[in-house]
Design a protein around this ligand. Structure first.
Ligand code: NAD
Length: 256
């Protein structure tokens, strides 16, 4: 039986992070070749690449890339195209978060976060879209946003602003790329019990307890649940959804 994304290539930035890995595994299970980048060196990626190949038998490619460097992102996407074929499933996932209020955050911290989370997202999505338009293959772009774009987060201002920027970037690209059969959407999770939140909660368990009490559905989100929504938006039978935000926050933003 043929798999949903057989003969397609997915690229995922921040692919060694918790959500990036879950998305990679989900695409690999459905037959996609996997092109990853992250800030870690190749030796740190080897174990995960081996797992993708052994469990799903899909070809993989990894490069150490800082997404805030436009030239490096462009080179990575070019190399993925050469090694695995043109990427048609573009998952813009890399991000970083600094905990510091507005009066505390330094200029360097602010710039770094905007450069990685927003500018890096733009470099990847723009270059991937250029490849797709040139080849006339069509495709799907999914930005991993956050419910933080829906509400003021006093302790992470740069993160919230970068995710709010991603929302309009996604909508702008959706309108311009629609005639090229490229659908562009955003998945915006609430509290995921892993990755960026997981790291913060490990250091501050009291914040984890407070967070759990705030979610109206009373549940944290798993990384596989995020991956499921990404794959849903990329499915070939989705031909209408574009420019949307799939907000999966258990009702958190309703309280704000
Ligand atoms: N964990 C959550 O609760 C949560 C909630 C909402 C949204 N998100 C979003 O999910 C996405 C994935 O985050 P995660 O929770 O898996 O965290 P994570 O830290 O596990 O993964 C992020 C990955 O991005 C990589 N990265 C950071 N800076 C980079 C750079 N300059 N260039 C390339 N790669 C870089 C990191 O090395 C890491 O592997 C992010 O966009 C994040 O904003 C997470």
């Amino acid at each position: 039986m043929s798999k949903t994304f057989q003969n397609q290539t997915a690229v995922i930035s921040g692919g060694l992070g918790d959500i990036g890995k879950a998305i990679s595994l989900a695409f690999a299970a459905e037959g996609a070749a996997i092109g990853l980048c992250d800030v870690h060196n190749l030796s740190e990626a080897t174990g995960f690449l081996t797992r993708l190949k052994n469990e799903y038998g899909v070809p993989c490619y990894y490069e150490q890339v800082d997404v805030s460097e436009a030239g490096a992102v462009k080179a990575w996407l070019y190399n993925v195209k050469r090694e695995l074929g043109i990427p048609s499933l573009i998952i813009v996932n890399a991000a970083t978060a600094t905990l510091a209020n507005m009066l505390e955050i330094t200029t360097d911290q602010w710039l770094r976060e905007i450069n990685v989370n927003l500018n890096g997202a733009f470099y990847m999505a723009q270059e991937a879209a250029r490849q797709l338009v040139e080849s006339q293959t069509g495709g799907r772009i999914v930005f991993i946003g956050s419910w933080a774009a829906h509400a003021v987060h006093l302790h992470m201002p740069a993160y919230s602003v970068s995710k709010a920027g991603i929302r309009m970037l996604s909508k702008t690209m959706a309108l311009e790329l629609a005639p090229h059969n490229i659908l562009v959407n955003e998945v915006a999770p609430g509290y995921v019990q892993a990755g960026l939140s997981g790291k913060i909660w490990e250091q501050h368990p009291e914040l984890s307890r407070e967070a759990a009490e705030r979610v109206p559905t009373g549940k944290f989100i798993s990384t596989t649940a995020v991956a499921d929504q990404v794959l849903y938006l990329c499915r070939p039978d989705n031909v209408h959804i574009t420019g949307s935000t799939l907000l999966m926050d258990g009702g958190l933003s309703l309280r704000s």
